[in-house]
Design a protein around this ligand. Structure first.
Ligand code: KIV
Ligand code: ZN
Length: 387
């Protein structure tokens, strides 16, 4: 049987921290319900101590959502944990996500503390959160730049204190995929009691490696991934949910399943983009406008003969109706013939050659060739049924 990977969505917490992406409570509930329909396992709904708005959103999302676990973020501070537990009171399944920085620079400059004291504070926070909930996740902030031997001691101590999930964030997006994978492997092999908890990835995209690092973490034993829709998040963003879900779907050889209903990916992406006022770059993998658009003549010809020549994903699998054959000056006769056929226009080779010649002249002047342009070039009347 394949292994199960838990999808922890932090669109409403790490994603929502982006300036300009703030949502009101009603909008957050809309996104949370869509994430539930998409099949995520955990929704990180907010950081309740940070503002009354965040506190209230965690309460309302907890009431609105049934199946996924609702998670609230805290620092390793008792007051934060008290407020998070209060905000989670209506959740059917609840988790407190507490943690502290573990890299030497965090310990020295942020906390003016020592490695030993940080372990004590981490353990105390987990034990305190356990008074309220069974499911406690611990994050070792800046784990990406934390020395592995010390990180293993932190992870072992928090698991002993009752952590059910331990998050290994590459907070600054610094790690290389091999390095991040080796870190997860090191923890899997050196932490006593690792079988009592799940290791989680949480990768940022500062160097464009968030998805690669996440997959490397999974290949080395992590069984939860922290992701956002469209990869939104602090600075260059977080690992994008749609990329991880489709990588695992395409690479059956990895033999790890998620609960994601991939056909809801595109609608979720559109909803998050429009509510958060955050456009998706056109060439974004999986959900970008051009992700399934073929524009070069050679590619269009190949796709029309057999779609698998240039497509590894069926657009329908992510909820997009069809691949788009975009007509441009680089399109060949095959693409034009296909479009004419879709419009109900069949013609002789001689006529097609003539229309193609006119089409190229027009395409050199005009960026987008519409169906109306094609009809005019073919000398057809738009209102007549040509079948
Ligand atoms: O990037 C990070 O380290 C975080 C933690 C708060 C989990 O977002
Ligand atoms: Zn983060």
């Amino acid at each position: 049987m394949s292994d199960r990977l838990f999808i922890f969505d932090t669109t409403l917490r790490d994603g929502e921290q982006v300036p300009g992406c703030q949502l009101n409570t009603v909008e957050k509930i809309q996104v949370a319900k869509q994430l539930e329909a998409l099949g995520v396992d955990v929704i990180e709904a907010g950081f309740p101590i940070s503002s009354p708005g965040d506190f209230n959103s965690v309460i309302e999302i907890s009431k609105a959502v049934t199946w996924p676990t609702i998670c609230a973020l805290t620092r390793a501070v008792q007051k934060d944990i008290d407020v998070a537990a209060d905000a989670l009171k209506f959740a059917k399944h609840k988790r407190i996500h507490t943690g502290i920085g573990t890299s030497d620079s965090h310990i020295k400059y942020k906390f003016n503390s020592t490695r030993e004291e940080i372990i004590e504070r981490a353990v105390a926070a987990v034990k305190y959160a356990k008074r309220y909930v069974e499911d406690v996740e611990f994050y070792a902030e800046d784990a990406g730049r934390t020395e592995n031997e010390y990180l293993a001691r932190v992870v072992e101590a928090v698991i002993k204190a009752g952590a059910t999930v331990v998050n290994i964030p590459d907070t600054t997006g610094y790690c290389l995929p091999e390095e991040y994978g080796a870190k997860i492997r090191y923890l899997m092999e050196h932490v006593d009691g690792i079988d009592k908890a799940i290791l989680s990835t949480h990768c940022h995209n500062d160097l464009g490696m968030a998805t690669a690092n996440t997959i490397s973490g999974v290949l080395n034993g992590a069984r939860q991934v922290e992701v956002t829709m469209n990869g939104i998040g602090e600075r260059a963003g977080n690992t994008s949910l749609e990329e991880v879900a489709m990588i695992l779907r395409c690479h059956k050889d990895i033999d790890i399943d998620t609960n994601i209903n991939t056909q809801k990916i595109y609608s979720t992406s559109r909803m998050v983009s429009s509510l958060m006022n955050m456009p998706v770059q056109p060439n974004k993998a999986i959900v970008g406008r051009n992700a399934f658009a073929h524009s070069s003549g050679i590619h269009q010809d190949g796709v029309l003969k057999n779609v698998q020549t240039y497509e590894i994903i069926d657009p329908k699998d992510v909820g997009i109706d069809d691949n788009a054959i975009v007509l441009t000056a680089r399109s060949g006769r095959a693409a034009l013939k296909h479009r004419l056929h879709v419009l109900g226009l069949e013609m002789t080779q001689e006529k097609l050659d003539k229309v193609y010649e006119d089409f190229l002249k027009l395409a050199d002047k005009k960026k987008d060739i519409t169906d109306d342009d094609i009809m005019v070039l073919a000398g057809a009347d738009r209102n007549v049924n040509h079948h």
